[in-house]
Design a protein around this ligand. Structure first.
Ligand code: CIR
Length: 265
């Protein structure tokens, strides 16, 4: 197996705006502190850069409180990017804001266009062998079908899976650690969707750290989950703990904060 699923030359990020305090959240656990979020965001970007990748840092978008969570706006593959149609009405316009930046990097982008199609990047996990897409409150069957049609000519196969009830996105509960290994919460792994992969489970009570990213030689994980951290360190992963307290108030984690890719051209 190659390591194409976690070797990246590029990442695109967007700085949080002051409007982040109005960001969407399932449960209100407090208002995010912008200064602390900016500090965490800077640590995140520094870790990405440390691996040698080019990191694009886009300006804040006041009109879109959740726009720091760029992952939901697109799916980036080696042959091109597909612009999503977020299922949260307040986030729909974020996708169009992202498109010109990806067009500049890829030359061409494709769009999810159906009026009734909804899909967010947080529900999509790309592995070496397939693209797993979790149906959720933000991603529907029409969105998944449209994505499947758009990426088939690039040689990608989609598999529909289910995001656990009450969980925002499929990847809220899982992440790719290497070509064949997935970090998952026990509740998601129990669905059987990772059969054929090696699965490492989050430690009991630490489900909130399942959303990590493998980015080149580093695994970026949220700080504050020592038992899972030790489990991953024992498996030999090079870890970087990043503060996530403020993004977590808005149901965001490590993957949400970047689009990661290596354009083929
Ligand atoms: C939202 O509800 O859309 C944002 N507050 C959080 C989005 C997190 N994105 C992600 O997991 N990919």
């Amino acid at each position: 197996m190659s390591d194409r699923s976690f070797r990246f030359t590029h990442a695109v990020t967007r700085r949080p705006s002051a409007s982040i305090t109005a960001g969407l959240r399932a449960v209100d656990t407090g208002t995010p502190d912008l200064a602390l979020m900016l500090a965490h965001h800077a640590d995140y970007i520094a870790a990405l850069k440390e691996t040698g990748a080019r990191v694009v840092e886009l300006d804040p978008l006041d009109a879109y409180p959740d726009s720091v969570f760029v992952e939901d706006t697109a799916l980036c593959l080696p042959d091109g990017a597909v612009i999503m149609r977020p299922g949260a009405p307040s986030r729909l316009g974020e996708a169009a804001e992202m498109a010109p930046h990806l067009k500049a990097l890829y030359g061409e982008v494709r769009w999810i266009t159906g009026e009734g199609s909804f899909i967010e990047g947080g529900d999509i996990l790309t592995t070496e062998r397939e693209i797993l897409v979790g149906r959720s409150a933000r991603t529907n069957a029409a969105g998944i079908d449209e994505l499947a049609r758009l990426v088939a000519p690039w040689g990608h196969r989609l598999r529909e899976v289910v995001t656990p009830p009450g969980v925002l996105h499929f990847k809220t509960d899982c992440s790719l650690l290497d070509a064949e290994t997935i970090l998952s919460t026990p509740r998601l792994a129990a669905s059987g969707c990772f059969r054929g992969y090696r699965v490492i489970l989050t430690a009991e009570g630490e489900e909130a750290c399942a959303n990590t990213i493998r980015f080149n030689d580093l695994v970026l994980m949220p700080a504050g989950f020592p038992a899972t951290r030790d489990r991953l360190a024992a498996e030999g992963y090079a870890l970087r703990e990043i503060g996530n307290s403020e993004c977590a108030k808005l149901d965001g984690g490590m993957s949400c904060l970047s689009l990661r890719f290596t354009p083929r051209r």
